[in-house]
Design a protein. Structure first.
Length: 370
């Protein structure tokens, strides 16, 4: 296996529109890195540049310490798994998995051995004589992954491989790919728009928007310490809640919401950051799980009144939606009994895990764990 290095990599179409802008990224040997972001953020374009399927407008890409800007895809020693499986319909599973090896003139004995090894890893040994039309979506995806495994490449690239599967099968295949990474001890770069996939699978996550990389970090650090409002809103389901307001000072520093329905003292752990920012516009953020309907659930809490609008039982937890300062706010709670929709409720927000962002730049002003 090998590391993948992107240095100041950009992709421009028509000399004007930049799909990817100045990406710097090092994927360590045997690391599993996820590129995640909304549609059109440049994640698939970045992956395709690593694969050699897209030309690089600026910058350099190295695979195993070799510059590959002008190296054809077939000579980069990578294997790519596509969203649509890309299987040959007239060939059997065995023939699909063996196709790349035959093109490279491997002898029949080694081809048979490699296909058998990959089929065993993926539990598709009983499917080798079938054709793709006789397979389910999950089985086709396993075959596509198997075709990559037999190559024994330096780097595996995955372009939204699970997006065509139903929700249950997606969870299963997500687990299988994570297991596969551990079995193969492989370098993998994986693209998805699904932040749940990113959070559960990757060693590190690259969050992209509008062609820019906004943050590269471990899943836990992304969740707890997003660098800006976009990352905070994109990572986590349900999304982080946001309330616009300003920092003002009376006897103490206060947060006052835009519509004046929320006002509380800034907790002392954040106060030093705001001493020079009185009368500054900020955005308050807090996660749904930092909300409770139970007094004293948190060591330190902000108490607010709100109208409960919608209740969604999810089995082991309940999502609650309510109106606060003319905005919809989401909570995630675990209660056997909850108030009825339409009732006024008392909310307790954990003041130890608040986030503050600059209103203009949307950059983080404080960390939740400061």
């Amino acid at each position: 296996m090998a590391e993948v290095i992107l240095q100041n990599v950009s992709k421009t179409y028509d000399g004007i529109n930049k799909a990817v802008q100045s990406v710097d990224l090092t994927v360590e040997d045997k690391e599993f890195v996820i590129l995640v972001g909304p549609s059109g953020c440049g994640k698939s374009t970045t992956l395709r540049m690593i694969a050699g399927l897209e030309d690089i407008s600026e910058g350099e890409i190295f695979i195993d310490n070799k510059k590959v800007n002008d190296v054809p895809p077939k000579d980069r020693d990578i294997a790519m798994v596509f969203q649509n499986y890309a299987l040959y319909p007239h060939l059997t599973v065995f023939e699909n998995m063996a196709f790349g090896l035959k093109i490279r003139k491997y002898d029949k004995k080694e081809i048979k051995q490699r296909v058998a090894e990959a089929a065993k890893i993926l539990d598709i040994e009983n499917l080798l004589n079938r054709k793709p039309k006789a397979l389910s979506g999950g089985q086709r995806q396993r075959v596509a992954v198997g075709r990559a495994i037999v190559r024994k490449p330096k780097v595996f690239l995955f372009d939204e491989p699970l997006s065509n599967l139903d929700a249950k099968l997606r969870v299963q295949m997500r687990t299988e790919i994570s297991k596969l990474h551990k079995k193969l001890d492989a370098t993998m770069v994986y693209v998805t728009h699904d932040q749940t996939e990113a959070m559960t699978m990757g060693d590190r996550i690259v969050v992209m928007k509008d062609g820019f990389v906004h943050q590269i970090d471990s899943p836990l650090n992304l969740y707890n310490n997003p660098v800006n409002k976009f990352v905070a809103s994109f990572i986590g389901s349900p999304s982080m809640n946001f309330i616009e307001g300003e920092i003002t000072k009376r006897e103490k520093l206060l947060f006052k919401s835009l519509h004046n329905s929320i006002e509380f003292n800034i907790p002392s752990k954040y106060a030093s950051r705001f001493n020079s920012m009185t009368d500054s516009k900020v955005i308050l953020g807090f996660r749904p799980e930092e909300i409770s309907l139970i007094p004293n659930d948190f060591e330190s809490a902000i108490t607010l009144n709100a109208k409960l609008e919608v209740i969604e039982p999810m089995g082991n937890e309940i999502f609650i939606y309510f109106t606060l300062d003319n905005q919809q706010i989401t909570g995630r709670i675990s209660l056997a009994k909850v108030p009825k929709a339409g009732e006024e409720v008392e909310l307790f927000i954990n003041s130890e895990n608040l986030h503050f962002f600059d209103s203009k730049t949307e950059s983080r002003l404080t960390r939740s764990n400061e």
